[in-house]
Design a protein around this ligand. Structure first.
Ligand code: PEP
Ligand code: MG
Length: 608
């Protein structure tokens, strides 16, 4: 268990009498005991610029959109408060809602947009600050409270204009972070020495934030609903990432119980590590391959600890999402070299930049996209930014002189994209060779299968790619039209949906027919039950969050290909995700219970 230390803790906070269990969605298993550190959904520093005359209209639309979104948030918050607490508390938000529609404020903002041609966040900031500042100077407590309300409205609107929260520093030790949401970038930069775990009001278990938390082994619960306003800074809580619980005012008995659970989890983890050095072969002697997904170089250590046979997916976009601009060729080269060196001769699959969707620096687009997951992301973005792409490919190819590297393109949805990607690699190689730079002789080039189009065209892709890798997180999202990061539709996100499974089978068969490797690197690979089903479809290579490797290895070592094929043949005839899930559970229930007794519990019932 991540237990709190003694130095530098926040001052004692009186314990309220009753233990309270707040339920969210499990995002990253593990138990943490620590002190609440609420991150206000603070707006990032307000960017200020003058826009071109033709941009004024789009700034106004951005502002309208942010005002509407803020109104929606406030009404939701108000509705919740009405339901669970006193109606009086809910009324607080009436003042906020009025401020959002105040004609005087809106007129002034409009004037700054049109006459001064300020960008929307700066205009809104200036008008509200002009209201707040004189109120704050007055000694009247009523006016000061009203100023705080207006500041809150300002903060919410600017947050909705810019997105996300600011990366935070100077955290107290043993912090359990509570925030409305954390961006993947912020999560990637969490200081594990200080942060025991985190809970967010929004989010789902397949968002990049949740994936990162699992990769970094930070216990996390998402989708807690509006809790941050009720929690006190510095209060002691237990966060149970496996169960999706945040426990306030834990009793002595609960604290002791969690202490015991943490010890047993640690024991299971140690037992799991025992399979690490056993060969990756099924009970019938068929070899398989298990690799790790990483987002930041420090995860190489975790990948090695859990016995990864390579890096099956390095999500390079996290290098680009950090503050201070995009990394140049030398900076990227240093990171790729570090990973190659850390893996000591095992292959490293570097995925080219997959910006977009929920991984977008807030200042990159003047106008946010309405449907970012369907927008400028993945290989499309790189092909439209040839210089950025060229620099990344040069850095990857230079690193390939020092160890086995594979290049993989994200979100391929047409053969032309694969071809253009390959051409860009060939051009970068030619350039480097002309400069006398050493480059690895063979650098396989693969495509991710993450869209229904790619899966349906798997035969053609397999004819032109050196390998394929299935990204079930996106493939599920695009096939089922279910936003992978939206807590409201999380129940519809089912990787065992027959529609998704048929696309997986088609891709596996296309790879086999072409004689190329097909790997699966979506979250689905970290589910032991899913891995066995996928074995039955013909897949032999899986890449996942490193901590899940021992568990999946144990299950695959326990399986035979004939059993797995029979299971898939049976599932193939079923018509609903629930039927498939039930059958997989029933068939492998007994075996999985055995494995479960040795390892940590399976976190995602739907095999996301
Ligand atoms: C996927 O979509 O399954 C995948 C592995 O890519 P990402 O989660 O980074 O979008
Ligand atoms: Mg993806």
């Amino acid at each position: 268990m991540s237990a709190p230390g003694t130095d530098g803790r926040p001052g004692p906070v009186p314990r309220a009498a009753r233990e309270l269990r707040l339920r969210g969605t499990p995002a990253s298993p593990g138990i943490a005991v620590g002190y609440v550190h609420v991150i206000a959904a603070d707006a990032p520093p307000v960017a200020r610029r003058r826009v071109a005359p033709e941009e004024v209209e789009s700034e106004r639309r951005r502002l309208d959109h942010a005002l509407l979104e803020t109104r929606r948030e406030l009404l939701e918050l108000q509705g919740k408060l009405r339901g669970v607490r006193s109606p009086d508390e809910a009324k607080i938000f009436d003042a906020h809602l009025l401020m959002l529609a105040d004609p005087h404020v809106l007129e002034n903002v409009q004037r700054l947009l049109e006459e001064e041609r300020l960008n929307a966040e700066a205009a809104f900031h200036d008008v509200l600050s002009a209201v707040i500042t004189p109120m704050e100077r007055v000694e009247d407590p009523y006016l000061r409270d009203r100023a705080a309300d207006i500041r809150d409205v300002k903060r919410r609107v600017i947050k909705n204009l810019t997105g996300g929260v600011r990366p935070f520093q100077d955290l107290p030790p043993d912090a359990i972070i509570v925030a409305h949401d954390l961006t993947p970038t912020v999560t990637a930069e969490l200081d594990k020495d200080r942060v025991r775990g985190f809970g967010t009001e929004a989010g789902s278990s397949t968002s990049h934030t949740a994936i990162l938390a699992r990769s970094l082994e930070i216990p996390a619960v998402v989708g807690l609903g509006y809790v941050s306003e009720a929690l006190r800074q510095g209060e002691l809580v237990i966060l149970d990432g496996g169960e999706g619980l945040l426990i306030r005012n834990p009793s002595e008995a609960t604290l002791e119980e969690y202490q015991r659970t943490a010890v047993s989890l640690e024991r299971r983890r140690a037992l799991g590590l025992r399979v690490r050095d056993l060969p990756s072969v099924t009970r019938c002697g068929t070899p398989f391959r298990l690799e790790a997904n990483i987002e930041v170089p420090r995860e190489v250590e975790v990948a090695r600890l859990y016995g990864a046979e390579g890096i099956g997916l390095f999500r390079t976009e996290f290098l680009f999402l950090r503050a201070g601009g995009f990394p140049d060729e030398e900076q990227q080269l240093a990171v790729y070299r570090q990973i190659v060196a850390g893996m000591e001769g095992r292959p490293v699959t570097i995925r080219t930049l997959d910006l977009g969707g929920d991984k977008m620096p807030t200042d990159l687009y003047a106008e946010p996209e309405m449907n970012p997951f369907l927008g400028w992301r993945g290989i499309r973005y790189s092909l439209d930014h040839p210089e950025l792409f060229r620099i990344q490919l040069r850095a990857v190819l230079r690193a390939s002189a020092e160890g086995p590297i594979r290049i993989m393109f994200p979100l391929v949805s047409s053969i032309e994209e694969l071809r253009r990607g390959r051409e860009a690699v060939a051009a970068a190689r030619e350039e480097l060779e002309a400069e006398g730079e050493p480059v690895g002789e063979t650098v396989p080039i693969g495509a991710m299968v993450e869209t229904p189009a790619a899966a349906l065209l798997a035969d053609s892709l397999a004819a032109e790619a050196d390998f394929l890798s299935i990204g079930t997180n996106d493939l599920t999202q695009y096939t089922l039209a279910v936003d992978r990061g939206n807590a409201r539709v999380q129940g519809l996100f089912r990787a065992f949906h027959p529609g998704v499974l048929l696309l997986l089978e088609r891709t596996a068969q296309a790879g086999a027919a072409a004689g190329i490797e097909v790997s699966l690197c979506g979250e689905m690979a970290s589910s032991a039950r899913a891995a066995v089903l996928l074995l039955g479809m013909g897949l032999r290579s899986f890449s996942m969050i490193a901590a899940r490797l021992p568990r999946v290895k144990a299950a695959l070592r326990d399986a035979t290909v004939a059993e797995a094929e029979a299971l898939w043949a049976h599932c193939r005839g079923l018509r609903t995700a629930v039927e498939v899930e039930e059958l997989v559970n029933a068939e492998f229930g007994a075996r999985l219970r055995e494995v479960r007794a040795r390892e940590e519990p399976e976190p995602m019932e739907t095999g996301g």
